[in-house]
Design a protein around this ligand. Structure first.
Ligand code: DCP
Ligand code: CA
Ligand code: CA
Length: 359
């Protein structure tokens, strides 16, 4: 397969707002409840699992929900509390990777291809994360694990609530062929109905249609459908958290003892750093040089400037100054340069928007 195989985990909390309310108010446990929708013309934000067999769902009017489930208890939503839990679960995600893309307060994609724990099994990571969420919040989450975001998202619904599903690379194609197109993430009710009318019920049916045909019938999305059903979804996990520093480092095959050689290597390291800083051109005030000696002792030397810098040449200049600032204690095995103390460190979290939905 000539596309990236990543290890993606999608985590989604079970009946999120409703579960938080049942946790905080024991008298609501085991009962059908709806968060929101209690007022005139209000809309249900979340339904507890006890309310779901009656057909109560998110985005339904409170009036309709009450008709379906006369014993339904309406509870007011408490955004600050849901945000607090959301932060707790994200802290757990960051123990494993910085590549976390939250989709809303209660769910996120994690790219664990490389992870902070050096774990090989993404399935094991998902199991651990769910256990930690339960221990820390007393709430349950479900997880999907696979090679791309699309499949991980579909998989997290599979054994919901309080379950997880892994779709390993060798099962991807069969899984997709058997999957009802109504379960495809990105195919809404209207499109699903349209597909059903055209005889497309499963992934296998979808796969029989050409790229041209799908593009003609479904516009831009047609191309997306064509590829995802073949297990191809190249969208990266886009982290939203602003890193506190960005750095690059190199370990040398031979220990270096002369600053002159190190200068050359510093230029390469700063070039790599610049690449990591990306197009966004972050600007920082503090430059740090990390020196690991042949006996593995690590020294760091930092300087905070009066101005923000982002240019490679300026970062390199500061790194060199730090290198010559004092005598080296031994031959050097690794050098690293990082930039921190960024401008605009506090940025509005885009998902806060979700709480502005009318309840
Ligand atoms: N939400 C909302 N308005 C909607 C849908 C959801 O305010 N139209 C809120 C309430 C939910 C939370 O977002 O609790 C998460 O939404 P989900 O779609 O993940 O649904 P739940 O977590 O409630 O249930 P599930 O167990 O099916 O994930
Ligand atoms: Ca959820
Ligand atoms: Ca969700």
């Amino acid at each position: 397969m000539d596309f990236p195989i990543r290890k993606i985990v999608h985590i989604d909390m079970d009946a999120f707002f409703a579960s938080v309310e049942q946790l905080d108010n024991p008298e609501l446990r085991g009962k059908p409840i709806a968060v929101g929708g209690g007022s005139e013309r209000g809309v249900v934000a979340a339904a507890s699992y006890e309310a779901r067999p009656f057909g109560v769902r998110s985005a339904m009017s409170g009036r309709q929900a009450k008709k379906l489930c006369p014993d339904l208890i309406f509870v007011q939503s408490n955004g600050a509390r849901y945000r607090e839990v959301s932060e707790q679960i994200r802290d757990i995600f960051y123990e494993y990777t910085d590549l976390v893309e939250p989709l809303s307060l209660d769910e996120a994609y994690l790219d664990v291809t490389q992870n902070k724990k050096g774990m090989v099994s993404a399935t094991q990571i998902a199991t651990e994360i769910r256990a930690k969420i339960q221990a820390k919040t007393q709430l349950t989450a479900s997880a999907g694990i696979s090679i791309n975001k699309f499949l991980a998202k579909v998989a997290s619904d599979y054994n919901k609530p309080n379950g997880q599903k892994t779709i390993p690379p060798e099962e991807v194609l069969t899984f997709l062929e058997e999957l009802d197109i109504r379960k495809f993430h990105g195919i809404g009710k209207v499109t699903a109905d349209k597909m059903y009318r055209q005889g497309i019920y499963t992934g296998a049916d979808l796969k029989k249609r050409t790229l041209e045909e799908l593009s003609e019938k479904f516009g831009k999305s047609g191309k997306y459908y064509y590829y995802v059903v073949r297990g191809i979804h190249t969208s990266e996990v886009k982290p939203t958290r602003i890193a506190k520093s960005v750095g690059a480092e190199r370990t040398f095959s031979k220990n270096l003892s002369s600053e002159i050689y190190m200068e050359e290597r510093l230029a390469e390291i700063v070039a790599a750093l610049q690449k990591r800083m990306g197009k966004k051109k972050v600007a920082g005030k503090t430059v740090t040089l990390k020196i690991k000696y042949s006996d593995f002792i690590i020294q760091t030397r930092s300087k905070t400037l009066p101005l923000y810098i982002s240019d490679a040449s300026l970062i390199l200049e500061e790194a060199k100054k730090l290198l010559y600032q004092e005598e080296l204690q031994d031959s050097v095995r690794l050098l690293g340069v990082s930039l921190s103390n960024f401008k605009n460190e506090k940025k509005q979290d885009p998902i806060e928007e979700q709480l502005k939905l009318p309840f």
